[in-house]
Write a protein that binds this ligand. Structure first.
Ligand code: GFB
Length: 295
């Protein structure tokens, strides 16, 4: 989802020499293949969007895959970028790197000031390792490697798997199917009280291209909207966009996860970037795309 959004943005800006590989063409977990790719292609600017990602249940079910695959991909790509003298690399993390009970909104300096949210600790540890790798290569070798931390994302090419995906695409699918089947209710996980911030992937891609041009420093930069909603508010918005008439039910045997993770985006806005897609408009857009693919 993120890689294709960055590709669309670069193409719309007029870039033509964009090198991409699908995971079937290049397995980033295999060090030798990654070395060979970098030696052959010699990219100048690298967007490291490749990652093993998923919603709360996927993180809890596959913790070994989340920590291993993310660490190994990052190690291979960051190290090869150093060896082949990449001019600049942008590493994408996630807002779950911050301590579970950190003050809100989350400022960049809260990193490593407290315990992580247990449902995604292995993923968060991998992403924190990526940030520290970028900084270490900057300190020791002078590499211009930067780290950005997006909030929860949605957009074209998202994963709509009911068990493994993130809440927003999952609820689009649940409400769509409930409407089609004439169901009386849709069940959402947890209490509906946790708060989440959502950013459209096209806005994220724009922010990444902006930072690739304008930010050359250690540490990290948050990318978000600076606004959040409760899971119930999200569900009600999606219900309206889909046009489902039934009611909401809650399955409180399912986890809530972190109570809130609202990003403080003042560093990014101070640099001159702000998001442009309001949540409702973004939901209408992705629902239209979902309907075209799923009928
Ligand atoms: O997107 P999500 O799965 O992950 O959202 P996180 C989970 C929140 O939505 C929890 C509620 O409060 C869930 O209880 N929820 C309600 C649902 N209904 C559903 C549903 O049908 N499916 C899902 N998936 N959730 C992930 C992290 O955290 O977010 C990753 O695990 C990463 O590490 C990613 O940071 C962006 O927002 O909790």
């Amino acid at each position: 989802m993120v890689g294709s959004a960055i590709h669309r943005k670069l193409t719309s800006e007029g870039f033509t020499n964009i090198i991409t590989r699908t995971s079937a063409e290049l397995d980033l977990r295999v060090q030798e293949s990654v070395n060979e790719f970098f030696e052959t292609e010699r990219p100048e600017y690298v967007f490291l969007a490749a990652a093993k990602v998923g919603g709360i249940m996927a993180n809890m079910t596959y913790p070994a895959d989340f920590i291993y695959q993310n660490i190994v991909v990052q190690c291979n790509v960051i190290h090869s970028s150093y060896v082949t003298e990449v001019k600049k690399l942008l590493f994408l993390g996630s807002s779950c790197i911050y301590p579970k009970l950190a003050p809100q909104p989350l400022k960049e300096e809260y990193l490593l000031t407290g315990l992580l949210e247990p449902t995604n600790e292995p993923y968060a540890i991998a992403k924190i390792a990526g940030i520290k790798m970028c900084d270490a290569y900057r300190t020791q070798y002078g590499c211009n490697f930067i780290s950005v931390m997006p909030t929860n994302l949605y957009g074209p090419n998202d994963n709509y798997d009911l068990e493994k995906a993130h809440v927003l695409p999952t609820l689009i699918r649940k409400f769509h199917e409930a409407k089609k089947n004439g169901d009386a209710s849709v069940t959402i996980w947890g209490t509906g009280k946790p708060m989440r911030e959502f950013l459209h992937a096209d806005d994220l891609a724009e922010a990444c291209c902006f930072l690739m041009e304008h930010y050359d420093n250690e540490g990290l930069v948050n990318i978000g909207t600076g606004e959040d909603v409760t899971i119930t508010e999200l569900a009600l918005l999606i219900k309206e966009v889909v046009g489902f008439e039934g009611e909401l039910r809650y399955d409180t045997s399912k986890p809530d996860g972190t109570p809130r993770k609202l990003l403080d985006v003042s560093k990014l806005s101070g640099l001159g970037w702000k998001y442009s897609t309001p949540l409702k408009a973004g939901l209408e857009k992705v629902y239209e795309e979902f309907r075209q693919l799923n009928g």
